[in-house]
Design a protein around this ligand. Structure first.
Ligand code: FAD
Length: 412
């Protein structure tokens, strides 16, 4: 008998889940209220981050906490009004970032990240999307000698522990490599392994197109209509009710909205991020992050995409693009930036969990329901990796790495 599945959410995570289920003979309907890759998976920095073996942790150094609390710097922004609701997940995030639990979290993160290039590569090849990929890595530009030395020490440690490649550039080396930069930096770390994607939403779209050609049905529908019956699961779509034995919740930051009515309370919170495109590529050879200024500059097909760091605010709260204004001002200092393409900045939501690990596996209390969300800063990188992992679990295969650290039961 053919195995059937509904995959709810057509971001990078949902599309990759559907991809691996179809490859295993499942009859899959991929449901989204929009087209594939039009939300968070559209607006990110487009990096397939092979270097990011250690997830973004909550700072423990008092100087960094004070800097954030006082609103200095541009990498983190928060609204005081959001704090009461965020207090518990942020406290748990701070605890998980401590010297006790964090090293194990890094090990579990690295177990996923190490597969990102090979898993994406297969999908890029099969979907004819090579034209969207720019290998060669990206650069962290550092303003002070002290921060360059700190980042160089981190790069050295990642090389020793995990084989991550990086080249350290001094001030002249960076100026030579990126002559478009108008300001001098102390130097840069050039992470050489990662790939940059020239159109992140476009890559998800290509994967979805290939998926459709392989027999997956793409449907428009509201995941909130998900219902369980004797035969499994159903959801209402524009072309009628669709039923399947399995359902996968891959709704990124919105996953909670469908799970709460079923009695699940996942401590999902969002770190918001903004971008704006500017005409032309401003002459950068690859993505460059001005680390201290929280300003990411990425040459893309649409123009130069300038992205911001993290903003702590509730999902759905009105935009407060202060970081975007500062990032634009900094990018104008650094580059001959063209005019903005969009009238207002794009706003997206990184789906985060306090222990920095995604939720992957069977829902504890509902047969045939599977959870796949919470990929935070690296969902674009990790979609194909964890998509395969979940599909293997659903198909009762031996998973290609241990799924236990990401188990949905860990919060209950
Ligand atoms: C500024 C910024 C920069 C980033 N840079 C990077 C990067 O360089 N590299 C990287 O790896 N990651 C990056 N990320 C993180 C990455 O974008 C996310 O982790 C990833 O896109 C999450 O994918 P997803 O499929 O879980 O969620 P999404 O892409 O948001 O997909 C969820 C889908 O669910 C659908 N949906 C929601 N509710 C419903 C409903 N009720 N009914 C039907 N459909 C629904 C939405 O329409 C959407 O298509 C960045 C994020 C931001 C904000």
């Amino acid at each position: 008998m053919t195995k059937t599945a509904l995959v709810l959410g057509a971001g990078m995570v949902g599309v990759c889940t559907a991809w691996h289920l179809v490859r295993r003979g499942f009859d899959v309907t991929l449901v989204d209220r929009r087209g594939p890759g039009q939300e968070t998976s559209y607006g990110n920095a487009g990096l397939i981050q092979r270097e990011c073996v250690a997830p973004h942790h909550f700072p423990h150094e008092l100087s960094r906490i004070a800097r954030i609390a006082l609103g200095r710097g541009n990498d983190v922004h928060y609204s005081m009004r959001a704090m009461p609701a965020l207090a518990r997940p942020l406290f748990d995030y701070w605890r998980a970032s401590g010297p006790g639990p964090y090293p194990a979290i890094v090990r579990h993160y690295e177990a996923m990240i190490r597969h990102c290039l090979t898993e994406h590569d297969e999908m890029i090849e099969a979907s004819g999307a090579r034209d969207l990929i720019r290998p060669g890595g990206f650069k962290f530009a550092l303003q002070s000698a002290k921060s360059l030395a700190e980042e160089a020490a981190t790069a050295e440690r990642l090389k020793r522990d995990f084989g991550i490649a990086a080249t350290i550039l001094d001030s002249d080396g960076l100026a030579k490599a990126e002559p478009a930069l108008k300001r001098r930096f102390a130097g840069a770390i050039h992470w050489t392994d990662p790939w940059a994607v020239r159109d992140p939403g476009g890559l998800v779209g290509r994967y979805a197109q290939a998926l459709e050609q392989a027999g997956c049905t793409l449907a428009v529908g509201d995941a909130a209509t998900l219902a369980q019956d004797a035969g499994g699961w159903s959801v209402r779509t524009a072309s009628g009710i669709v039923r399947a034995e399995h359902a996968v919740v891959a709704l990124g930051p919105w996953s909670d909205q469908v799970l709460r009515p079923m009695g699940y309370r996942y401590p999902l919170f969002v770190k918001r991020g903004y971008h704006t495109h500017y005409k032309g590529d401003a002459g950068l050879s690859m993505p460059v992050l001005d680390l201290q200024a929280g300003t990411m500059m990425v040459p893309m097909n649409m123009g130069l995409r300038v992205c911001t760091g993290a903003e702590f605010a509730p999902l759905g709260a009105p935009p407060t693009p202060v970081q975007m204004h500062r990032a634009e001002a900094r990018a104008r200092e650094l580059l001959n930036l063209g005019p903005a393409i969009e009238p207002t900045p794009w706003l997206g939501n990184r789906p985060c969990t306090p222990d920095m690990l995604p939720v992957i596996g069977a829902a504890p209390n509902h047969k045939g329901l599977w959870l796949h969300f919470g990929h935070a800063h690296q969902g674009f990188t990790l979609g194909p990796v964890t998509g395969r992992l979940l599909a293997e679990m659903m198909n009762r295969e031996t998973p290609y790495f241990d799924p236990q650290p990401y188990s949905p039961t860990r919060f209950h």
